[in-house]
Write a protein that binds this ligand. Structure first.
Ligand SMILES: Nc1ncnc2c1ncn2[C@@H]1O[C@H](COP(=O)(O)OP(=O)(O)OP(=O)(O)O)[C@@H](O)[C@H]1O
Ligand SMILES: [Mg+2]
Length: 279
């Protein structure tokens, strides 16, 4: 077993049989900033969650099986260098990108004013670049121009992504959770077949408790949004943007102990509630 690369969250090992082992660490990143501290049990929860979703979803995927509590074996794919996002709610980066009636008219064909966190008329599909820095939205035309994907494959990815969002949302709902959005990655296997890759779990989704859901508000969330919200609260995000304009990036602040514990508890809570299993 050979370490191929250390991602922001996962370590990727090459196995003797040609497959990969994705090992989930307790590392945490937000706004693409890596923190020095660890979130206890996070790796385990993410991996077991991925195992749960891959088993539930009826789509071709790279998933082979769980190998350790925090490691899964997957087929090695040639990854598509984009991230595919489905959003069911007006939140996150969408708040900055769609601000006027005309923006929404362009998107949905009707004039709309939506409150932060409000449900969209229907889920929308977006594409972003995958970069070490910050992921930026790209248009379909740009993707097609790049020659990386054909129109048919892009449509297939869109259909599968929307179907996955619907399925995970309907599985989470009876446990009282809303899946606000999800980020997906895909790749091609040796037969050039499209496969769902990477992972699905609290690091790829915004997960809200239906009981606490209040459109117009910042939603209490069961993923790393809590960390993002704290970073915004302490002015770190602003500082980050200020430095970014000079091509610099800030040192990650120290996450307070109570927040680390709270985030860890929430990862465990959402896993146990949705899957019905203990961590
Ligand atoms: N089946 C697969 N074959 C090859 N690479 C994969 C496969 N599944 C996931 N990957 C890649 O493995 C990496 C997972 O690690 P991690 O999510 O920690 O990386 P990351 O720092 O987020 O990197 P990136 O910005 O590329 O996503 C991602 O780059 C992902 O695209
Ligand atoms: Mg990743």
């Amino acid at each position: 077993m050979r370490l191929l690369r250390e991602g922001k969250v996962k370590n990727i090992f090459q196995l003797e049989n040609g497959n990969l082992l994705l090992k989930f660490s307790d590392r945490v990143s937000a706004f693409d900033i890596k923190f020095d501290q660890r979130i206890p049990n996070k790796g385990k929860v993410l991996c077991k969650f991925a195992n749960f979703w891959f088993n539930k979803l009826d789509v071709p995927s790279h998933f082979i099986g769980l190998r350790q509590e925090n490691a899964m074996e997957v087929r090695k794919l040639s990854m598509i260098p984009y991230e595919f996002i489905v959003r069911g709610y007006y939140y996150g980066s969408m708040l900055e990108r769609y601000t006027t009636d005309t923006d929404f008219k362009y998107l949905f064909g009707v004039n709309l004013t939506l409150k932060k966190g409000e449900k969209l008329p229907y889920p929308i599909f977006e594409i972003t670049t995958k970069s070490e820095e910050h992921d930026v939205p790209v248009t379909r035309d740009k993707v097609l121009d790049s020659g990386i994907l054909s129109g048919d494959t892009l449509r297939e990815i869109e259909d599968i992504s929307l179907a996955i969002y619907k399925t995970i949302g309907s599985i989470a709902k009876p446990s009282g959770f809303i899946i606000a959005d999800v980020k997906l990655e895909f790749g091609f296997d040796e037969r050039n077949e499209l496969n769902l890759a990477d992972s699905i779990g609290p690091d790829e989704s915004r997960i809200w408790l239906e009981r606490d859901y209040q459109p117009g508000q910042t939603q209490g969330s069961y993923d790393k949004q809590l960390l993002r919200d704290w970073l915004i609260e302490i002015g770190f995000k602003q500082e980050m943007l200020r430095l970014a304009s000079r091509g610099e990036s800030p040192k990650p602040p120290r996450i307070p102990e109570f927040l680390i514990n709270e985030i860890s508890d929430r990862y465990i809570f959402v896993y146990e509630r949705i899957t019905g299993e203990n961590v």
